[in-house]
Design a protein around this ligand. Structure first.
Ligand code: SF4
Length: 327
């Protein structure tokens, strides 16, 4: 059976699979975002893709059969497809984390705990060059924690984007913590799209788990970004599973869409480094489908299209249901 939206929702909801490492190709360990530090791979079937964490305790098991990778649930075939190679972090893109550390301490994110590497501009350029020489690079995405201040991080990202733009003619996406003029600076440097993450818009939950500056600042920066980058080129991660109601998600997805921002609805995942620090419940497949259909209806109402994006998570679709390409 090939993957469809229902099966993909179930796979995202479970999030992991028990697989023999020998079946995996060249995989990287993500250094930013909710999956940072974990081992994972991309599973492709039909027109859908999903990223699954490797976990021996998962109710899903992967086996090889007639040249396919088959995912079994309760011993029965759920879906068959193949493993997709990554370029850097995801298929088709060189998606690079600049600073694998962060001065903030958002409770759903492992990056502040990892205290990882801070890459120089030269190191980033070398990684992209290597990716470009190995496969078809359709886009470049740059993300980062905040090593010292948001302003310094934006300044360094601008320098990276300027150098990349001199060398490559592919879309460049940037996801950083925003500043009052980050959109103007990034656009002038040659960036194509930006993502500034609200994480959640339930103010009580934000207060409890997001240990970065107030949400209102990010919202103002998103509004400004739409003026500069245009509709369909400004995104935000919207985590679900932190205790928010569906009504709250709907209300704020509409508020963002009205601004011209496309929310990327992301199922919460609790990284082992964060066990005990947050109460989270991974959404069921029914909830994921319901929220994605709701997002599709709202995006259509405001003339937004999640299939137009060229960089970062919306075209990758590994971790989420894209309201336009997956439904
Ligand atoms: S959807 Fe985003 S976070 Fe997930 S694998 Fe793709 S690029 Fe990475």
């Amino acid at each position: 059976m090939k993957m469809n939206a229902e099966i993909k929702a179930e796979l995202i909801s479970i999030g992991a699979v028990d697989i023999d490492p020998e079946l995996l190709g060249r995989i990287t360990i993500p250094t930013a975002g909710p999956g940072a530090g974990g081992r994972a791979f991309f599973f492709k079937s039909g027109r859908h893709r999903v990223r699954l964490v490797v976990d021996g305790g998962s109710p899903l098991r992967a086996v090889k059969d007639k040249g396919d990778i088959v995912l079994l649930k309760g011993g029965k075939e759920l879906v068959r497809g193949s493993i997709e190679e990554e370029l850097i972090h995801c298929p088709g893109q060189a998606y690079i984390t600049m600073s694998e550390r962060c001065i903030y301490d958002c409770k759903f994110c492992p990056v502040p705990k990892l205290k990882g590497k801070v890459k120089s501009v030269e190191e980033i350029l070398a990684l992209v060059e290597d990716a470009n020489s190995h496969g078809k690079m359709e886009g470049i995405s740059i993300t980062s924690g905040v090593e010292e201040t948001p302003e310094k991080e934006v300044e360094k990202t601008v320098a990276v984007v300027k150098e990349l733009r001199k060398r490559y003619d592919v879309p460049i996406g940037v996801s950083v913590y925003p500043t009052k003029d980050s959109s103007r600076l990034l656009k002038d440097a040659g960036a194509t799209e930006v993502k500034y993450n609200v994480e959640t818009m339930d103010r009580g939950i934000y207060e409890k788990y997001c240990k970065k500056p107030p949400l209102e600042l990010t919202l103002r920066c998103l509004e400004d970004a739409v003026h500069i980058f245009g509709k369909n080129h400004v995104f935000t991660n919207f985590i679900v599973g932190l205790g928010e109601s569906d009504e709250i998600v709907e209300k704020y997805v509409e508020e963002l869409a009205k601004m011209g921002v496309i929310p990327n609805i992301r199922a919460v995942g609790v990284h082992p480094l964060r066990f005990g620090e947050l109460e989270a419940e991974r959404p069921t497949k029914e909830r994921l489908l319901k929220l994605t259909k709701m997002a599709r209806r709202i995006l259509d109402k405001y003339g937004l299209d999640a299939s137009v994006s060229k960089t970062m998570c919306l075209p990758c679709t590994g971790c989420d249901l894209n309201p336009h390409t997956d439904l």
